[in-house]
Each structure stands twice: as structure tokens, then as C-alpha cells.
Design a protein around this ligand. Structure first.
Ligand code: ADP
Ligand code: MG
Length: 620
């Protein structure tokens, strides 16, 4: 028996391995099972070229045996085993991967399915074990070897007897400490949980040895019996043929994976074979997760590299506007980093993400077209996120999202798409009109909508804070610009603008009384029955002013307001009279009208008590 030192750089790496590369200790089992699966794969590839070797899949298994008495966990495989040189090379040198070399030697296709490539996974065993023993018999040899190591100190290799080809790794688990239990890796339920979580779709059976107690026939005594139970499901649902799967299968998978407690509204099974190969099962949930619009919500899809779980929430796979999508992606084309918790390059990931985005978009468009009611339920939960998406990144995603958003229509009295709106526009209508406010009920009564509605035009009601911001990013739809009904220039056929000239003096006097509170006072072109309202100039509307002002550090953004007066309203006659006869009264009336316009907009008035008193004065 010889004792060997790890190479110096290996020592440092080992140290790193044990203490910092992995965030969760339980992944040691994933690594060892992956290695076992790779070893069986290698035998399988050998069988492809070696006629003397018949590969019968049933004979190839991975077995996990916990032994509480000895505090040992054994991982056994019937794979290709390791020669002495391979033991030295692959286990004696950290960051040396026999699997990677195998892939490089064996052209293209053959090694494609192998998981290993960094030559560090094996050492994760030292996170949970103080002694690791590897007994291995390589294919085509009569001799077997025992490799043993206590970590940093180095390792020993000796020859040993072993009947069958393959490898058996024994972990002597560390003693439990106050805040860490290693003994849990001997509990059947825990092992099952870890295997299910990370290795469910390893192609070979992963069997767990369990002890069953049974009464022997004719005896009252219980006898203990060891049984092997296959834990993993092996063929992942995403590799199955879509046609063989039912909606229920997809719903079961959704529940099994704990993607949500609801039922999925839609599922999407992708098998992409283009620039990047990947399979995915994606879901649009029916219900909004309770924390969806909070900071706590984390978007992401499960990411598998060739059937092995790499990341539980890979955020890069989903754009923010589709952050509600749940599900998983499996690809054999990923280059992983050393811990296999992250990806080395994000090029493949970007390609997959792009592809997923367009598939989800298409799926939602189909839902909108074919199952409107369902889409509206979806939109009720996640529509706001789509609108955020329009606004975010300077409107970069507008082409993805502009046909997915819905707004309430003043005419249809229901949610409509922008395409539907534009499709119904009379020829002379230049703009897509909208009004923003707190609720549909309130907007229905908004004075500023009168003229546009009178023209027979449809108005979109914006009732969420994000709406107007999103639409500003969009600028136009199908060549038709958006226009707020409160905008100073409505783009309607010329109305009696002459009123303005007839009363120039009066408006100037009003403007003087109001000072910098308004930019201008004008004869209204949009009011029919109401006496006053505001309109705005420029990009910031009154609704936007409210939203922006509610934000911390908003500064003093202000909508440029114009007070519009309805010259056909009886109150105007009173105003004219005051203007001619009583300067003080004229001032009070002007102020009152201004405050009314504020109230209509839901803006706070500076001194509500004084306003109330003024109104009372008029009543006495
Ligand atoms: P990786 O799997 O990334 O190559 P590991 O540290 O997990 O790195 O394993 C190092 C190497 O040891 C593997 O590439 C493989 O050649 C060899 N090896 C590990 N476990 C086994 C096993 N059960 N059977 C055969 N060879 C193994
Ligand atoms: Mg490995």
C-alpha cells in the first residue's frame, strides 16, 4: 500500500471545495450519482464498438445503501470502473476530469450525454464525510483497487478483491455538530428527497436499500429484510412524446414540482432542435402567487443540464414581463461552471431565453384569440406585469407586448386590444384617445371626455398607475399616436375657437388671478355640460403627476395645467358679470372654478375649509 500526497494546487482546491464552492451540502449525492451514471454511460459507449460486450440496460444500476450502525453511506454502480492510473489521474488530481477527456477523445455524439467535466464533483463528498473509500474494478481487468482518503492528508491506493466490474464509494459521515446534522444522510426519507430533487431523471435506476420488517410465516417474530427500491422516475416527462401525454400528466408534474398550488391555466411543451437544443415544460399559472407584485417574488425556471438539476430558479431564462411563467428547461448544450450551480457562458442561455420568450408570446396570443375569457382571467392576474414590461428598458419590449395588453373601452364597456380599437377607428380619427383616472366609474363621468365621446370616438380608460407610462413608451400603435382626452390639443375638427378671442380680456384677467398655478386660461373645446376642467400641455398628465409625486425623491414634477372654461355654461355669464362689475367677486369666482377643476381631477385643494366656506357664502 502506498500513501500519496495530493498535488499542492490540489490541496488548495480541495480546501475550497469543502468550504466554499457549493452552497448546499446535500448536492454531494447529486455529484456521486452523476459520476455513477457517467460511468455506466461509458460502458454503454464501449458496448457500441466492442462486440464482446453486451449492454443490457437492466443490469446497470446505481445503488444507495445507508448503514446507521456504521454511520456509512455507500454509493455503488455497475459502470466502467477505474484503473489504477485512472484513480491516480482522476481522483488523485483535483480538477482533472476523466469524463471530459473521454468526451474529447470520443468524437462528437458519443460522449454527449456525460455529465462530468470539471473534475471536482467527487470531492464534494468531503463536505459530509471525513473518510472516503473507493473500491473499483475496471472493465476488462481482473484486479480491483481500493482508494482511500481523509481529505487534505492525501490518499492511499492498494489492490483488493472485488467480484464485479464497477465502483463502490463509501462515505464515513462526519459527526453531527450543534448546527449541522450529517446523520440525516442515513435517513431513507431524506435520501429519497435528495435523489428525487436532483437525480430524478438519471437514465439508470437509482435504488435505495431499505429495511422492511416482516412476520415470517407461522411465526410471531418480525424478521428484518433488506429491499431495494427504485427512487428515480428515469424518463423525464419533457423527453416524452407530447402526443403520449395528457393534460393531467402536465398538471401532475406541475403539482409534483411544487410550481404552484393552483392548477396551471396553460402548459407549453417545447422540444427545440435548432441553434440550441433544449426541452422545456412551461406553465402559465391560473392564480397570481400571493407575493407576485412584491420584492420577495423571485422569477425563474428550473434548469437541468442533461437531466440533472443545476439551478432551481434560473432568472436569466425569463424576461421580467413573463416572470409569472413556471416550469423547467433541460439542455445538453450548457457549459457549466465548476460548482455546476452557475453557467460558464450565457450565450446558450440567452438563446434559450429568447426562444422561450417568443414561444410564450405566441402561446398568449393564441389564448387571447381562441379563449378570450381565459385570457382575461390571466390578464386580471398578470396584465399589470405586461404593462410594466412595455414601460421597462425604455420600451425595448414593445413589439413583444403591444398585442397582449388590454384596456377598458368607453364604448364596448369591456376590455379591448389596441388592434381592436384601431380596427374600429373612423377614417378621420387621428388618435387613439385615452383617459386616466382611478376607476371606470369615475372616468365615465370625467368632464374632459365629453367632446371626444360626442365625436363618436372610443376612449380607452386607464385605471392603473402604470398605464399611462406604458403607453408613453409605446407612443403609437399601428401608426396612430395616443392622445389623452385632457391634452390641450385634442386634434378634433376645429370647434368654436372664436370664443377665445371674444373673451380674451376675461381669460387674461383670470390667468392673472391664478398666477403660476396654470399656464393659461382658455375657452374649452371639449366641455359640453360641465363648467370647467383642466387640460395639460406636454408629456406629464395630471394622473402621472400624482403617481410621480407619490414616489420618494420625485422632486416637483408638475403637469402643465390649462384651466378650460365652458363659455356656454350659465356660470360663465355670472363670471362675465363679475368681471365687468366687481373685481373682488371675480377673483373669488375664478378661484372657486379653479378649485372645482382640482376636485374633478382628484387633486387636493390647498385649503378645503376655506373652499367649503366660500361655497356656503354663495348659498346664503
Ligand atoms: P467530473 O465528473 O466533473 O469529471 P469528478 O470529480 O466528479 O469530476 O470525477 C472525476 C473523475 O473521476 C471523473 O471524470 C471520472 O473519470 C472518475 N470517476 C468518478 N467517479 C467515478 C465512478 N463512479 N466510476 C468511474 N469513474 C469515476
Ligand atoms: Mg462528476
Amino acid at each position: 500500500m502506498e500513501t500519496k500526497q495530493f498535488k499542492a494546487e490540489s490541496k488548495r482546491l480541495l480546501e475550497m471545495m469543502i468550504h466554499s464552492i457549493y452552497t448546499q451540502k446535500e448536492i454531494f449525492l447529486r455529484e456521486l450519482i452523476s459520476n455513477a451514471s457517467d460511468a455506466i454511460d461509458k460502458l454503454y459507449y464501449k458496448a457500441l464498438t466492442d462486440d464482446s460486450l453486451v449492454f443490457a440496460k437492466e443490469d446497470y444500476t446505481i445503488t444507495i445503501i445507508p448503514d446507521k450502525d456504521k454511520r456509512q453511506l455507500v454509493i455503488r454502480d455497475t459502470g466502467i470502473g477505474m484503473t489504477r492510473e485512472e484513480l491516480e489521474e482522476n481522483l488523485g488530481t483535483i480538477a482533472k476530469s476523466g469524463s471530459l477527456a473521454f468526451k474529447q477523445e470520443n468524437e462528437a455524439e458519443d460522449g454527449r450525454d456525460l455529465i462530468g467535466q470539471f473534475g471536482v464533483g467527487f470531492y464534494s463528498a468531503f463536505m459530509v464525510a471525513d473518510v472516503v473509500t473507493v473500491v473499483t474494478k475496471p472493465f476488462g481487468s481482473d484486479v480491483a483497487y481500493k482508494w482511500e482518503s481523509r481529505g487534505i492528508d492525501g490518499y492511499t491506493i492498494e489492490t483488493i478483491e472485488k467480484e464485479t466490474v464497477g465502483t463502490e464509494i463509501t462515505l464515513h459521515l462526519k459527526a453531527d455538530t450543534e448546527d449541522e446534522s450529517f446523520g440525516e444522510y442515513l435517513e431513507g426519507y431524506r435520501l429519497k428527497q435528495i435523489i428525487k430533487k436532483y437525480s430524478d431523471f438519471i437514465r439508470y435506476p437509482v435504488q435505495l436499500e431499505e429495511i422492511e420488517r416482516e412476520k415470517a410465516e407461522g411465526s410471531e417474530e418480525y424478521a428484518e429484510k433488506k429491499v431495494l427500491k427504485t427512487v428515480n422516475s428515469m424518463v423525464p416527462i419533457w423527453r416524452k412524446n407530447k402526443r403520449e401525454l395528457t393534460d393531467e400528466d402536465y398538471a401532475n408534474f406541475y403539482a409534483e414540482k411544487h410550481y404552484g398550488f393552483d392548477k396551471p391555466m396553460k402548459h407549453l411543451h417545447i422540444s427545440a432542435d435548432g441553434a440550441v437544443r433544449y426541452q422545456a415544460i412551461l406553465y402559465v399559472p391560473e392564480q397570481m402567487p400571493f407575493d407576485y407584485y412584491t420584492r420577495e417574488f423571485e422569477k425563474g425556471l428550473e434548469l437541468y443540464a442533461n437531466g440533472v438539476l443545476i439551478m432551481e430558479k434560473c432568472a436569466d431564462l425569463l424576461p421580467d414581463h413573463f416572470s409569472f411563467v413556471k416550469g423547467m428547461v433541460d439542455s445538453e448544450d450548457l457549459s457549466l461552471n465548476i460548482s455546476r450551480e452557475m453557467l460558464q457562458h450565457d450565450r446558450q442561455l440567452k438563446l434559450i431565453a429568447k426562444n422561450i420568450q417568443s414561444k410564450v408570446k405566441k402561446e398568449l396570443e393564441t389564448l387571447l384569440r381562441d379563449e378570450r375569457e381565459k385570457y382575461e382571467t390571466f390578464y386580471g392576474a398578470f396584465g399589470r406585469q405586461l404593462k410594466f414590461g412595455l414601460y421597462n428598458d425604455y420600451g425595448m419590449h414593445k413589439d413583444v407586448l403591444k398585442d397582449l395588453v388590454l384596456f377598458y373601452s368607453s364604448k364596448e364597456k369591456k376590455l379591448v386590444t389596441l388592434a381592436e380599437y384601431v380596427g374600429r377607428m373612423p377614417e378621420e380619427q387621428k388618435y387613439i384617445y385615452y383617459a386616466s383616472g382611478e376607476s371606470v366609474e369615475r372616468l365615465d363621468k370625467l368632464p374632459q371626455t365629453e367632446r371626444v365621446a360626442d365625436e363618436g370616438y372610443e376612449i380607452l380608460y386607464f385605471t392603473e398607475e402604470i398605464d399611462e407610462f406604458a403607453i408613453q413608451m409605446l407612443v403609437e400603435y399601428d401608426g396612430k399616436p395616443f392622445k389623452s382626452v385632457t391634452s390641450s390639443d385634442l386634434g378634433l375638427p376645429e370647434a368654436e375657437a372664436t370664443d377665445q378671442k371674444d373673451h380674451e380680456d376675461l381669460f387674461l384677467a383670470m390667468k392673472e388671478k391664478l398666477g403660476s398655478d396654470v399656464k393659461d386660461v382658455r375657452a374649452s373645446v371639449r366641455l359640453k355640460t360641465h363648467p370647467v376642467c383642466f387640460s395639460t400641455d406636454g408629456a406629464v398628465s395630471i394622473e402621472m403627476e400624482k403617481v410621480l409625486r407619490a414616489m420618494p425623491n420625485a422632486g416637483d414634477v408638475e403637469a402643465v395645467k390649462i384651466l378650460e372654461v365652458n363659455t356656454n355654461h350659465p356660470v360663465f355669464a355670472a363670471l362675465e358679470k363679475a368681471h365687468a362689475e366687481d373685481e373682488a367677486k371675480f377673483g373669488r369666482y375664478t378661484k372657486l372654478l379653479y378649485q372645482q377643476a382640482q376636485l374633478i381631477e382628484g387633486l387636493p385643494i390647498e385649503d378645503p375649509a376655506a373652499f367649503a366656506n366660500e361655497v356656503c357664502e354663495l348659498m346664503i
